[in-house]
Design a binder for this molecule. Structure first.
Ligand code: OAD
Length: 270
């Protein structure tokens, strides 16, 4: 594996900045299930919610009729219960070393922020729990209030004080628009990305899944995932590297090869 990572190490040492594209697999080591892993993924374990199909739990039309399914899950996933992993702290270390260009994440767990990555570097492509709004009149409810509601009134749905519509966190559901920030940053970054690390994602949900595919074929791309995905599976460029390994293990090794392991340890201990 050391040998395979050498081109990435050299690219970083020569000053190339890294752009990350990531998904739920980077947070499984924090104890949060991903979505599509066959036995452990969230979608394989939703039988208790009696959904017509697993992804309905994040579908805006389904939520309008049956908000309870999402809120049953939300109480389990709400940020505050989980700590960043080594991978998340590596992102912060890349930022400190000034080799981080951007982190495009599909995750709603906010662990990138908790590890100390600054807002300017993070694009939460599928939103997050950071803000909450009424789905009808868009009136805001503070996340603290929503969290209190979830904890105190287990079986009831948070309701808008103005129009009595259902309130939900600003997680992008299927059928909703993606955040403007995604398009703004992508326009800024697309032609400048020289080095991309894609990790912990099945690359199944578009348009996010298309981003690493749109990079120039001369861009160095590293996939760290438990299974081959997207164009890394059938349409690899000669510059692509695929490591079917645990993402913490690979980033830790990358960190060692860069000679940064002491700094990583002290970040984690803080
Ligand atoms: P998925 O569950 O679809 O994919 C997670 C990927 O991470 C799988 O390919 C796993 O093999 C891999 N994986 C799991 N643990 C890993 C580890 N420790 N190291 C390396 N790889 C690991 O999750 P996403 O691709 O993030 O959308 O799913 C995309 C979107 O689908 C989510 O944002 C969510 C969901 O519906 C919304 O909620 C809108």
């Amino acid at each position: 594996m050391e040998q395979v990572l050498q081109p990435i190490v050299e690219a970083i040492k020569s000053g190339k900045k890294v752009t990350f594209f990531q998904g739920a697999g980077i947070s499984t080591n924090a104890g949060i299930p991903d979505f599509r892993s066959p036995k452990t993924g969230l979608y394989a374990n939703l039988a208790k919610l009696n959904l017509p199909y697993a992804e309905a739990v994040f579908d805006i039309d389904y939520f309008r009729e049956n908000p309870k399914a999402f809120y049953t899950l939300a109480s389990e996933l709400f940020p505050g219960k989980f700590m960043p992993t080594k991978y998340h702290y590596m992102l912060k270390l890349f930022q400190d070393k000034k080799v981080l260009k951007r982190v495009y994440t599909q995750n709603i767990d906010t662990l990138e922020r908790l590890a100390g990555v600054d807002d300017e570097f993070i694009v939460e492509a599928h939103g997050s729990f950071a803000n909450c709004h009424c789905i009808d009149c868009h009136n805001e409810m503070s996340t603290e209030e929503l969290k209190r509601h979830i904890n105190d009134k287990k079986d009831s749905i948070p309701i808008c004080a103005k129009c009595k519509g259902y309130v939900k966190p600003d997680i992008v559901f299927f059928g909703e628009a993606l955040p403007e920030k995604l398009f703004e940053k992508w326009d800024e970054d697309e032609d400048e990305i020289e080095l991309a690390i894609v990790a912990g994602t099945s690359l199944t949900v578009h348009p996010f899944a298309g981003l690493p595919e749109q990079l120039h074929r001369k861009t160095h791309r590293l996939l760290i995932n438990k299974e081959p995905v997207g164009s890394f599976k059938h349409n690899k460029s000669t510059k692509d590297i695929v490591l079917l390994e645990d993402c913490d293990k690979v980033l830790l090794l990358l960190c060692e090869l860069l000679g940064w392991e002491k700094e990583l340890e002290s970040l984690i201990e803080k």
